[in-house]
Write a protein that binds this ligand. Structure first.
Ligand code: NAD
Length: 458
């Protein structure tokens, strides 16, 4: 019988971070992963998407460089080569994680783990026909693509999810993307920049509905002008082969030239993800909320010695939230009282890798109103930044700062404009530390950088 201090199910950012931290502290850890370590983010999510998007951006920039006085002829791309590069990037990063876990205290088991039972406060887990025991359990099983109950989706070879889209070595001739959320808009960017005609169908009145509406409007205007067909307040009624029947015809009638059926070679469905509870069936008393595991601020579930981190908790489905939760959970497990660690979900940055990028942290004006927090909003176009002007010909961009009207602390920052993904961390720092505008104003930003907008907007 194999006995461990901690058993972790799932080797994504939550699982591998927890495994690394706990095993480095000298605790015996077993980590179960049915696929490759790195999880969705590294293997079929963030990293492969960003690798392909970067290739597309190189091509797009090369073909749109006239505004900088540069012309390039016969610019071409090889999508299979972009895919190959993506695979190499992923492989190297997976190898790096394996190496980090190879510290003498972590056993990685490749297989599907199933929780069996808890006997006298020891958890028993089965994997590949073997039984493992652990005093503590951490569930990091992630999430899976949500398949909406739209007739004609299942077993339809024209329908892709994001994993299919990332695996395809050839570009589709045309694509309809159902769901204008983060995944939908990142794929819309990829395909559009490589010349594929794109239609996005979004059920809500706007794409990226959880973000600041003014920021989103800038992207919407740019993408529509560039030729991406974006239909909002529109639902898909059914799919037949590679045709999509749209509902809400009363809304469509306002878009006079829009037919109620659209066709494309591929239909990418990206309407959200759901917590993955496979292998946890024996935990009949585990508290769930809308299909996700309920945790407290230390990532403890309602069951003794059972923690959960990452997408399976349904909190905020982002890799950096997962790894932060794992740090907090391991600090609890190790009784690390020196650091009063908990997750502050109000100071989580997020980025949408469209072109231009969108980056935000903290609450929006809308959320402040919902929380009855009186706020002041400071905002400036990105063109106030000298470096932005030098490098983003023809672009506008926006930086909005949401400030508590009573104590003047920075509650949220919402930006659109390249490369805001690279400086949102500075805003996260201010939100996390509860800086007032006067305190944040004392921080010096290097000139000329686009990050200076954070100083200007104060
Ligand atoms: P999402 O929740 O971001 O967006 C789904 C969108 O689909 C929503 O706008 C929703 O209104 C729309 N929708 C739902 N049902 C619909 C229907 N029947 N017809 C038309 N539209 C419909 O989900 P996602 O884009 O699938 O992403 C999943 C998760 O992965 C998210 O939590 C996201 O944050 C995360 N993710 C993050 C990044 C990043 O950090 N850059 C990148 C990709 C994914």
């Amino acid at each position: 019988m194999n006995r461990y201090f901690l058993a972790i199910i799932g080797g994504g950012p939550a699982g591998y971070t927890a495994a690394e931290k706990a095993s480095k502290a000298g605790k015996d850890v077993v980590l179960f992963e049915q696929n490759a370590v790195g999880g969705t983010c590294l293997n079929v999510g963030c990293i492969p998407t960003k690798s392909l998007l970067y290739g597309a951006k190189q091509y797009y920039n090369a073909t749109h460089a006239q505004k900088y006085g540069v012309t390039a002829e016969n610019v071409a791309f090889d999508y299979a080569a972009m895919q190959k590069r993506k695979t190499i990037v992923v492989r190297k990063l997976v190898a790096g994680i394996k190496q980090r876990l190879n510290n003498g205290h972590c056993t990685v088991v490749n297989g599907f783990a199933k929780i069996l039972e808890s006997i006298r406060q020891v958890w028993r887990i089965e994997c590949n026909g073997e039984t493992y025991e652990a005093e503590n359990l951490m569930i990091c099983t992630g999430s899976t693509n949500f398949v909406p109950p739209i007739p004609g989706i299942k077993d339809n070879p024209a329908v892709w999810d994001s994993t299919d889209a990332l695996a395809a070595t050839e570009l589709p001739e045309s694509i309809i993307i159902v769901g204008g959320g983060v995944i939908g808009m990142e794929f819309a960017t990829l395909y559009h920049e490589l010349g594929v005609p794109v239609t996005v169908i979004e059920a809500m009145p706007t794409i990226l509905p959880n973000l600041d509406p003014e920021v989103v409007q800038i992207l919407l205007d740019k993408y529509r002008k560039a030729g991406i067909n974006i239909l909002t307040s529109t639902k898909v009624e059914s799919i037949d082969g590679n045709s999509v029947k749209l509902s809400a015809p009363e809304l469509l009638s306002t878009l006079d030239s829009q037919p109620s059926t659209l066709s494309a070679e591929r239909i990418l469905v990206s309407v959200g993800r759901r917590a993955n509870l496979q292998g946890l069936e024996a935990l009949t008393d585990l508290e769930l909320n809308r299909g996700a595991i309920v945790i407290d601020e230390f990532c403890k579930t309602n069951l003794p010695n059972v923690y959960a981190c990452g997408d399976v908790t349904g909190k905020i489905m982002l890799a950096h939230v997962a790894s932060r939760q794992a740090e907090v959970a391991v600090a609890q497990l190790l009784n690390d009282s020196a650091n009063d660690q908990r997750v502050n979900y109000l100071a989580i940055p997020s980025v949408v890798y469209t072109n231009p990028e969108i980056a935000s942290v903290g609450i929006t004006e809308t959320q402040a109103a919902e929380m009855s927090i009186p706020v002041e909003v400071h905002q400036l176009p990105m063109t106030f930044s000298g470096r932005f002007m030098a490098e983003n010909e023809g672009e506008t961009g926006l930086c909005k700062m949401v400030v508590d009207a009573k104590n003047h602390s920075v509650l949220g920052v919402h930006c659109i404009g390249n490369p805001c993904s690279e400086f949102i961390a500075a805003a996260s720092f201010a939100v996390r530390m509860g800086y007032t505008t006067a305190e944040f104003r004392q921080v010096v930003f290097p000139h000329p950088t686009v990050s200076e907008i954070l100083h200007e907007v104060l």
